[in-house]
Ligand binder design. Structure first.
Ligand SMILES: NC(=O)c1ccc[n+]([C@@H]2O[C@H](COP(=O)([O-])OP(=O)(O)OC[C@H]3O[C@@H](n4cnc5c(N)ncnc54)[C@H](OP(=O)(O)O)[C@@H]3O)[C@@H](O)[C@H]2O)c1
Length: 196
């Protein structure tokens, strides 16, 4: 439209999200949100100093999406014995099911974003357990957080929080004082631990 009117504004040649097949959305979103977080953590967790703070940005949507999983999947994601390898396999199974078009029949929620954020929240719990076991006494705290509904490119102008307000919970978790024992391995939203 702008080109036709001779204007010089930037035109984004991006397919509207609804036209992108769900299987493709699932694959790309999983790579960015879940695998990106996992790979960054694999690179950085081994070099953490004592009393380090790690804040993985998840979302309250992870909790809403967990509630939409089948009872079996919910139990699996709440199981404190679930390993990182098992979680990775589950995230891969979701993408495969999304590409085959039968993810809802297999008990998954009908949201790619929400499922990837289930992965980030559960990954954070597992990583915290591993840190407790492998670096006892180092005082490292690792959590997942939700910034809230924040006015960004992703959420748009109708979101209720400004960027400074959205930063409050992540910064709170990043600044937990030395000697603090908790929260650790939790999903935190509005500076409050959420039941998972
Ligand atoms: N905004 C909310 O209401 C809300 C609510 C809950 C959780 N969150 C979470 O908060 C985090 C930040 O979200 P936001 O609202 O700030 O989103 P945003 O405005 O869409 O910004 C996303 C950022 O991620 C970068 N990015 C996307 N794909 C990437 C990739 N493959 N590799 C490297 N960087 C990539 C983008 O880079 P470019 O600028 O280069 O594209 C952009 O800087 C996300 O994890 C989101 O899920 C946000």
């Amino acid at each position: 439209h702008n080109i036709l009117r001779g204007k010089t504004e930037m035109v984004f040649l991006v397919k509207p999200r609804k036209l992108i097949p769900f299987g493709e959305q699932a694959e790309v979103t999983m790579r960015t949100n879940f695998w990106g977080t996992l790979w960054a953590c694999h690179a950085l967790l081994p070099i953490l100093r004592p009393n380090a703070r790690v804040v993985n940005v998840s979302s309250f949507v992870s909790k809403k999406s967990l509630d939409k999983c089948s009872p079996e999947l919910q139990a699996t994601f709440r199981n404190k014995d679930l390993s990182e390898e098992e979680l990775c396999l589950l995230m891969g199974e979701f993408v495969q099911a999304a590409q085959a078009g039968d993810h809802t029949a297999q008990g998954w929620p009908n949201t790619a974003y929400g499922t990837t954020k289930i992965g980030v929240t559960v990954l954070s719990r597992i990583q915290a357990q591993v840190l407790t076991e492998t670096r006892p006494g180092d005082g490292i705290l690792l959590n997942a957080c939700c910034p809230g509904w924040v006015r960004t490119d992703m959420a748009g102008p109708n979101a209720t929080k400004g960027p400074e307000e959205g930063a409050e919970t992540p910064v709170y978790l990043a600044m937990l004082p030395e000697g603090a024992k908790e929260p650790h391995g939790q999903l935190v939203w509005d500076k409050t631990v959420q039941e998972w």
